[in-house]
Design a protein around this ligand. Structure first.
Ligand SMILES: Cc1cc2nc3c(=O)[nH]c(=O)nc-3n(C[C@H](O)[C@H](O)[C@H](O)COP(=O)(O)OP(=O)(O)OC[C@H]3O[C@@H](n4cnc5c(N)ncnc54)[C@H](O)[C@@H]3O)c2cc1C
Length: 458
């Protein structure tokens, strides 16, 4: 792979996995790359966090092998560091542990008899309405969930939990949120079983069952290995990866990006290409001169849900029999035990727990005010005793989840139409496209972004 000064130069804003993979794609095309990453280390959401002697992920982060090209490239970059992990996830539901994603029969097993009859009836009505095409074009998550699962199951299973998790009632969220983000309950297999018993042909496939058997990819030092290995490869191939480099201004003229600024430092020219993976809201607000008012309003109308992770070192060999478990009735939503995926924990006889919670910047969770509740929850779930927790570290993420609030599509459209004028700029990735990809999908977006920019060259 060679880089010469006449080849195109890509400035990649943000060094999460999307930006890193994009850099490798650009290098494959013999282009020059400079990745500008705000934090001291690359990786973004998928970065590892070293606290004392152990690595902690922001939520247990494992690579899916669904995209062959991405998987091959990651596997090649990680070499011997990659380890294979069979997916084993659980959900605690009405006091019992079930395999995650929940199967229809598990939901039914957990329900009290009256609720059971009501939920089955609701599911059947929802399904028949779907089959008779009586469903309308709904634009909010509440209506979408009711259409998929029926009213009783929506009320019993989704309403309160969704509200608590997202800090917003389902009626305030877009229907798109249900399609793109919500875990599927495999409710359809309940109906399929039921209808086949009644000898009625199989219903439509409007709800897909989520995958339950899969091999994931990880490392003995946790999530940190993947972005580190990608970063090393970029540098080895002559690429420039600058950390501690927050982009503060993106200068443009006549529909062409001229340069970007990090404080007083300026890089890039009008001949270069710019791939932004930073939050699209930040990109819009850093454009200079500023975009029209309607674009600024659209950017200010898009919001991200922050999260905190309590990263704990626990004096116990193992806490759970899974990679992670979802909880519906605790202050935390999910607890992961990366040792069960092969993470090396120091000292021996100890394990680490990754306790995840969504929050708001500045609230009690963000400010470390609810540790006693977490300890109480861990004890109540039989994971560990409070005195077993010997280290606690807080890891915060301001941009964990884009919020698909009702009407967000129009705001995004206003922004996309405005950005389309810049032939040498693309905004991609989880933050840059305001969507919910897994790592492999974010990486693919990065590679595609590079190729589209190359095609746009005059
Ligand atoms: C809790 C949780 C668990 C997850 N688990 C998995 C999993 O197991 N498997 C999986 O495949 N996916 C998982 N995901 C999804 C995955 O983490 C993301 O989709 C992926 O990491 C997104 O990568 P990205 O590069 O698009 O965005 P990000 O990782 O957000 O990267 C954006 C980068 O831009 C940088 N940046 C921001 N502003 C600036 C600026 N002004 N200047 C310079 N740099 C800037 C940020 O610091 C960051 O490094 C999980 C996500 C979460 C929240």
């Amino acid at each position: 792979m060679s880089e010469n000064k006449d080849s195109p130069h890509f400035y990649i804003l943000g060094g999460g996995v999307c930006g890193l993979f994009a850099a490798l794609e650009a290098q494959k095309k013999e282009a020059r790359v400079t990745v500008l990453e705000k934090e001291k280390q690359a990786g973004g959401l998928a970065a590892g966090h070293l606290r004392k002697d152990n690595w902690y992920d922001l939520g247990v982060h494992m690579l899916h092998a669904f995209d062959q090209e991405v998987y091959d490239a990651c596997s090649d970059a990680m070499g011997q560091e990659r380890i294979e992990v069979p997916l084993k996830a659980q959900i605690k539901w009405l006091g019992k542990q079930y395999q995650y994603p929940l199967r229809g029969r598990d939901i039914l097993r957990g329900l009290p008899p009256m609720e059971l009859v009501s939920c089955i009836t609701g599911l059947l009505i929802a399904d028949i309405q779907g089959r008779l095409k009586m469903v309308t074009q709904v634009d909010d998550a509440e209506s979408a969930l009711k259409e998929l699962y029926g009213i009783p199951l929506y009320k019993f299973f989704f309403e309160e939990f969704t509200h608590r998790y997202w800090g917003m009632h389902p009626s305030e969220l877009s229907a798109e949120f249900v399609r793109r983000k919500m875990p599927r309950l495999s409710a359809v297999d309940v109906i399929k079983n039921f209808l086949s018993w009644l000898k009625i042909p199989s219903p439509n496939d409007s709800v897909e069952g989520a995958l339950r058997f899969e091999t994931l990819h990880y490392s003995k030092s946790g999530a940190e290995a993947l972005p580190r290995c990608l970063s090393e490869k970029i540098r080895k191939q002559g690429g420039n990866l600058i950390t501690g480099a927050p982009v503060s201004a993106v200068i443009h003229k006549h529909g062409v990006i001229q340069e970007v600024k990090m404080g007083d430092v300026q890089v890039g020219t009008a001949e270069d290409h710019y791939l932004s993976t930073i939050p699209i809201t930040e990109l819009i607000l850093s454009l200079s001169p500023p975009p029209p008012q309607e674009v600024l309003i659209a950017a200010r109308s898009l919001h991200y849900k922050p999260m905190v992770v309590y990263a704990l070192l626990v004096k116990k060999e193992r806490c759970m029999d899974a990679l992670y478990t979802y909880y519906r009735d605790q202050i935390f939503h999910r607890v992961g035990e990366p040792k069960n995926a092969g993470l090396k924990v120091t000292p021996e006889g100890h394990t680490t727990l990754i306790v995840e919670m969504t929050c708001e910047v500045g609230d009690e969770k963000w400010g470390d005010g609810c540790f006693p509740d977490i300890l109480q929850g861990l004890e109540a779930e039989g994971l560990c005793y409070r005195e077993d927790v010997i280290e606690k570290h807080l890891i915060r993420s301001r941009y964990a989840y884009p919020i698909f609030k009702k009407g967000y599509e129009e705001h995004l459209q206003v922004i996309a139409s405005y950005l389309a004028q810049f032939s040498n700029l693309k905004s991609v990735g989880r933050q840059g496209a305001f969507c919910y990809p897994n790592m492999h999908q974010a990486m693919k977006m990065g590679a595609n972004g590079i190729n589209e920019l190359l095609q746009n060259r005059p």
